[in-house]
Design a binder for this molecule. Structure first.
Ligand SMILES: CC(C)(COP(=O)(O)OP(=O)(O)OC[C@H]1O[C@@H](n2cnc3c(N)ncnc32)[C@H](O)[C@@H]1OP(=O)(O)O)[C@@H](O)C(=O)NCCC(=O)NCCS
Length: 169
């Protein structure tokens, strides 16, 4: 049997305004009402995500997964903040999340971005190249477990000496 990723009707695209309601529904399903008080959401209130750097997975015309990226700076270091990343429960464990992350890094690099950071589970992101940023180096607008602050350099050394508050560029 063909795996889902070989399904000819699965495609990955840049986000457009039409995808907004479906992405909101996927986020609600994945994170519940608590999503509005997450530290990353506080950042996104001041710096909206960039649809051109955000990717959706579309299966037979329906959005089944999404990853968003937001242009921010950490102190003087420009970076993208990745998130939320979510895949509809029925379509998990088929590589869609991993593919979304790979494409997010690809569109970021193509756009001239140098680094990506996120707040997430080490067990999921480290096999995909993310590494912990030094504890205390990244100040979020609300408390987070600092061991979950992870970074991916698209340009070697892009996070060298990174230090400061996360905010709009
Ligand atoms: C995390 C998420 C996006 C992964 O999507 P996905 O399409 O299932 O991902 P992939 O198919 O690429 O990878 C699945 C693998 O990652 C593992 N995985 C999923 N979430 C994980 C986590 N938090 N920590 C460690 N491993 C995790 C799965 O167990 C699976 O392992 P397997 O391949 O050995 O079976 C999806 O589970 C989801 O939407 N979760 C709820 C929202 C969320 O937690 N988002 C991340 C915020 S940090």
């Amino acid at each position: 049997m063909l795996s889902l990723l070989q399904d000819l009707d699965l495609r990955f695209d840049a986000e457009t305004p039409d995808h907004g309601p479906a992405i909101e529904a996927i986020s609600a399903e994945a994170f519940g009402p608590g999503r509005f008080v997450r530290a990353a959401e506080r950042v996104r209130e001041t710096a909206p995500h960039d649809p051109a750097l955000s990717v959706v997975a579309i299966l037979r015309g329906e959005v089944v997964g999404s990853v968003r990226q937001t242009r921010i700076a950490i102190g003087g270091t420009p970076a993208l903040m990745l998130g939320p990343l979510a895949v509809r429960p029925a379509f998990k464990k088929r590589g869609i999340g991993r593919t979304l992350l790979g494409l997010a890094a690809e569109v970021a690099a193509t756009a001239g971005e140098r680094a990506i950071f996120l707040v997430g589970d080490r067990a999921y992101y480290m096999p995909l190249g993310y590494r912990p940023l030094p504890v205390g180096s990244v100040r979020m607008p609300a408390p987070v477990d600092e061991s979950r602050i992870l970074g991916l350099e698209l340009v070697p050394g892009a996070f060298a000496g990174v230090c400061g508050a996360v905010g709009p560029r």
